[in-house]
Design a protein around this ligand. Structure first.
Ligand SMILES: [Zn+2]
Length: 480
């Protein structure tokens, strides 16, 4: 879908990533997902009078690593602030966050644009903050319940510059950011479970206009696809308003997944509405050079670098290398397969083609996928001429459903390629005898019929004849 060509979109994203620490940001409560309501809370979580927060340094390290990976500036001195607001799921009446002095500033992530070029999307800041609790309304009459398990869960908020110009760019940026936090092992990147959440600030303006339009903040975007759809819808809505002479109200809008539209939720609050002030219970956060250097040393190979290495080490196209390195799991998987077979290119074709197609058709497949070394064994069987590539696809499909190895399936179903020349020769002769018309037309010059004969022989041998041998034998017999 394209918007009115006289306009351009201006988009900035705010991403909340739940950090994979074992305990919460300011107390020792566990962070496991799915515990019974209020089973993972303590007096700090419930904001009893007199409790004091104690900073979890594992979370700080994770946010620093992310800051280093986006080539941001790590502030040697940052501070925590109170963001004050009233809500039933926030017993303290404030959220501990970072405001004037965040941990990281001025980073960026490179994306590929629609036009095929590369573009750096600026990252204004990354700061650390706690999550709030959850109000429960469903199935409860005459009351609302509050679950504080999420209270105090460590989040980092990654705020981009308004550098994105289309829904596709926003999707691309999110994919890169998600791949990055997964590579770093600081967040599982799961948008459905809410461990990666994205709000989008969207405005539109006429091309050539240097002023920014009034923006709306979109919430409830729990997949990359929804982020993109909501942005498209919102930009259209704003353009329609402007074209009909109306103005845009700055507000927060909720994406309605079922109806495919955004609805007004509340007027947008300004920063001063929150009465931010430095958190009196926590000292400023000072970082030593040694700590930052040691975290820099611990950074894994990141997606960009790994993509370039795949291109040189395995002679892959930039497309294949990008697909394979988009996720650390897939990249690790590919390297295991490629290390065990003779052709790294063949391994890439199978992983990007067959496997990812399976994963995409049914996301749960990733959970019971085929071990890399089992796929490698299947590919070795093709390379050794035991089975054809076509049969291998059937075997792979059975490997998914039966959890058996390739060898066991090939053995059980008798799928080994026929390499017995005499047997193939018999099939060739039988086909020629059964098709006298085609045979005389071939001999009269219609050599295109070779494909017909090959097809007939493969059919007669149920796909198991070695195609090269079939071709050779046929050409000899057809020559008469
Ligand atoms: Zn607690």
């Amino acid at each position: 879908m394209a918007i009115d060509p006289h306009y351009e979109m201006v988009i900035g994203l705010e991403v909340h990533a739940q950090m994979l620490t074992r305990s919460k940001l300011f107390c020792g409560c566990p962070t496991r997902f799915g515990a019974g309501a209020n089973r993972q809370i303590c007096p700090v979580c419930a904001a009893f009078p007199g409790v004091l927060p104690v900073l979890n340094h594992e979370a700080v390290d994770m946010a620093i690593k992310t800051g280093l990976a986006i080539e941001g500036r790590i502030n040697r001195l940052s501070e925590f602030s109170r963001k004050n607001y009233f809500y039933p799921d926030l017993p303290a009446g404030y959220q501990i966050s970072q405001y004037e002095l965040p941990l990281v500033e001025q980073g960026g992530i490179w994306i590929d644009t629609d036009a095929g070029s590369r573009k750096r999307i600026g990252i204004t800041r990354i700061h650390i903050e706690v999550d709030a609790g959850k109000s429960l309304h469903e199935g409860i009459v005459g009351a609302s319940w509050v679950d504080l398990n999420r209270t105090g869960i460590p989040l980092m908020e990654v705020v981009s510059e308004p550098d994105l110009r289309s829904a596709a760019e926003a999707g691309e940026y999110l994919k890169r950011l998600r791949a990055m936090v997964r590579y770093l092992g600081v967040c599982d990147g799961n948008m459905e479970e809410g461990s990666l959440r994205c709000d989008a600030n969207v405005s539109v303006r006429r091309h050539g206009d240097s002023r920014l339009g009034t923006r709306c903040e979109l919430k409830n975007l729990n997949s990359i696809r929804h982020v993109m759809r909501a942005i498209e819808y919102e930009a259209e809505r704003q353009i329609d308003l402007l074209e009909s002479g109306q103005t845009i109200r700055q507000e927060t809008r909720l994406w309605d997944v079922n109806q495919g539209l955004t609805r007004s939720m509340r007027g947008k609050e300004e920063a001063h509405d929150y009465r931010y002030f430095p958190e009196p219970d926590l000292p400023p956060l000072r970082l030593s050079e040694e700590r930052i250097e040691s975290l820099r040393q611990q950074l894994p190979e990141l997606p960009e670098a790994r993509c370039r290495r795949f291109m040189s080490q395995y002679s892959l196209s930039d497309y294949d290398a990008a697909v394979l390195t988009a996720s650390r799991d897939v990249a690790d998987y590919y390297e295991q397969v490629a290390g065990a077979v003779a052709s790294a290119k063949m391994a890439a074709n199978w992983v990007t083609g067959e496997l990812l197609a399976w994963f995409n058709d049914d996301p749960d497949q990733t959970k019971r996928s085929i071990p890399a070394l089992h796929l490698a064994r299947l590919l070795q069987m093709i390379q050794n001429g035991v089975i054809s590539g076509k049969i291998a696809k059937d075997v792979l499909a059975r490997m998914y459903t039966s959890a058996q190895t390739a060898e066991a399936i090939v053995e059980q179903l008798g799928l080994q390629q026929m390499t017995d020349t005499a047997a193939i020769e018999a099939a060739v002769q039988a086909v020629l005898q059964a098709s006298p018309d085609e045979l005389s037309r071939y001999r009269a010059g219609q050599t295109k019929l070779l494909a017909f004969f090959v097809g007939q022989v493969m059919k007669a041998t149920r796909g198991k004849a070695n195609p090269t041998q079939v071709n050779e034998l046929l050409q000899r017999y057809l020559a008469g």
